[in-house]
Design a binder for this molecule. Structure first.
Ligand code: NAP
Ligand code: MG
Length: 400
């Protein structure tokens, strides 16, 4: 079998612990033997981030921006315990946050659906893709305690000096208040990302807000999406027979439970934070959740598994024990990155490889060969295999 030649590079971001063990195995066993690929590798292990004062994270993001395709392994976001464990110079921020800010993208979280694996919400037969607008709102808010009573007011000073003062509440006793904001630029980029993703994924798009209550704030989200849809995306959506619709958040959560999946849900920041965890649970396993960061124009893509570095399994691995860690979400991160490279380069062979890689994983799981996390979901009679055994099956499927 001759190797598939890929003309343009992919940015490969390595990470930590068990996720890193899986990562290296994927490259050695599933990618390098079959694809002639120029990988631009950045080591974002916590040790190397510390050594480079986190410069490596910024470099990796810039490289994704230039090369348009990145694939990222899970990395440790240090807390106080990790700072001690690795004797770090400081508590570095989450690499995902740093990369997202540089790429100015939206994260789309999509479950991998396997027929054989039961779901908590049984009738979700197709993915629900959550798009979270990860800017502003409560995450950039300022809060006050009112003390023993007083007046809460909002003051906005226009550039030309005109001041708008709005009375919020006259407190008679203890309470709390807050203020938050968003920008039209950020909402517009979010809207672009969502429309472009829907078209590429061939799924309808729903935006949810509470615009009946927030008639300026949430209504602006609806307005910006509506205007952009009419101006730039309506034709393409109609051609593909896709629907775009705004719905009230309460109506949307009811629909989520009623419907069987198969749509992209554009969520405001807090809604996306909460609903992505709800949807992940509804579909079942963290080991089957993938995540794509995409730029507004849809050109730049970074893929990853949604799970973390799986520390508990890494401890076993360090003790020389074989583990049954689920590599599927990480393999799908690679297949999705290869697919984006294939589409940008019009490389049919590479696209076919990426489609087959996903197909082989799903077929293997559906035949009942799966790791322990998934077997536990199927019930006490379901046998499980080790990570190494799972890789052996996939390798032999690719070869034959
Ligand atoms: P985690 O690594 O996702 O693991 C939580 C638990 O979920 C594991 O202990 C394991 O359960 C199960 N699990 C997750 N992925 C699995 C897989 N592929 N196969 C089998 N079981 C799997 O989350 P965490 O323990 O909260 O975080 C560990 C580290 O990861 C932290 O340092 C955190 O900062 C980092 N993290 C990184 C990212 C990212 O880079 N995107 C995301 C989240 C967390 P059992 O132990 O019961 O088997
Ligand atoms: Mg959350």
């Amino acid at each position: 079998m001759s190797k598939i030649v890929v003309n343009n590079p992919i940015v490969d971001i390595n990470g930590d612990e068990m996720a890193r063990v899986l990562w290296n195995k994927i490259k050695e066993e599933l990618i390098f033997p079959f694809i002639d690929l120029n990988l631009l590798t950045f080591d974002l292990s916590i040790e190397n981030r510390d050594r480079t004062n986190d410069e490596i994270t910024i470099e990796s993001a810039k490289s994704i921006k230039t090369n348009k395709v990145g694939v990222k392994c899970a990395t440790i976001t240090p807390d106080d315990k990790r700072v001690k464990e690795f004797n770090l110079k400081k508590k570095y921020p989450s690499p995902n946050g740093t990369i997202r800010n540089i790429l100015n993208g939206t994260i789309f979280r999509e479950p991998i659906i396997v027929k054989k694996i039961p779901k908590i919400v049984g009738h979700w037969n197709q993915p629900v893709v959550i798009a979270r607008h990860a800017f502003g709102d409560i995450y950039r808010s300022k809060e006050v305690f009112t003390g023993n009573g007083g007046k809460l007011k909002m003051l906005y000073e226009h550039k030309n000096g005109i001041k708008e003062e709005i009375d919020i509440y006259d407190f008679k006793s203890d309470g709390v208040g807050l203020a938050y904001f968003n920008t039209f630029d950020s909402i517009k980029d979010f809207a672009y990302s969502c429309f472009n993703f829907s078209i590429k994924r061939n799924f309808p798009l729903f935006l949810s807000t509470k615009n009946t209550i927030l008639q300026k704030y949430d209504e602006s989200f609806k307005e910006i999406f509506d205007v952009l849809y009419e101006k730039e995306f309506k034709k393409e959506f109609e051609k593909k027979n896709l629907l775009y619709q705004h719905r009230l958040i309460d109506d949307m959560v009811a629909c989520l439970m009623k419907w069987s999946g198969g749509f992209v849900w554009a969520c405001k920041n807090y809604d996306g934070d909460v609903m992505s965890d709800l949807v992940a649970q509804g579909f079942g396993s963290l080991g089957l959740m993938s995540s794509i960061l995409q730029s507004p124009d849809g050109e730049i893509v970074e893929t990853e598994a949604a799970h973390g570095t799986i520390t508990s399994h890494f401890r076993q691995h360090q003790n020389g024990k074989e583990t049954s860690t689920n590599p599927v979400a990480s393999i799908f991160a690679w297949s999705k990155a290869l697919k984006h490279r294939a589409i940008l380069d019009s490389n049919n062979q590479l696209e076919e490889f990426s489609i087959n890689l996903e197909k082989f994983c799903l077929e293997t799981l559906n035949k009942g060969y799966m790791t322990k996390d998934l077997a536990l979901m199927c019930g006490p009679d379901q046998k499980w295999i080790t990570t190494n055994e799972f890789f052996d099956i996939i390798v032999s499927r690719i070869k034959n």
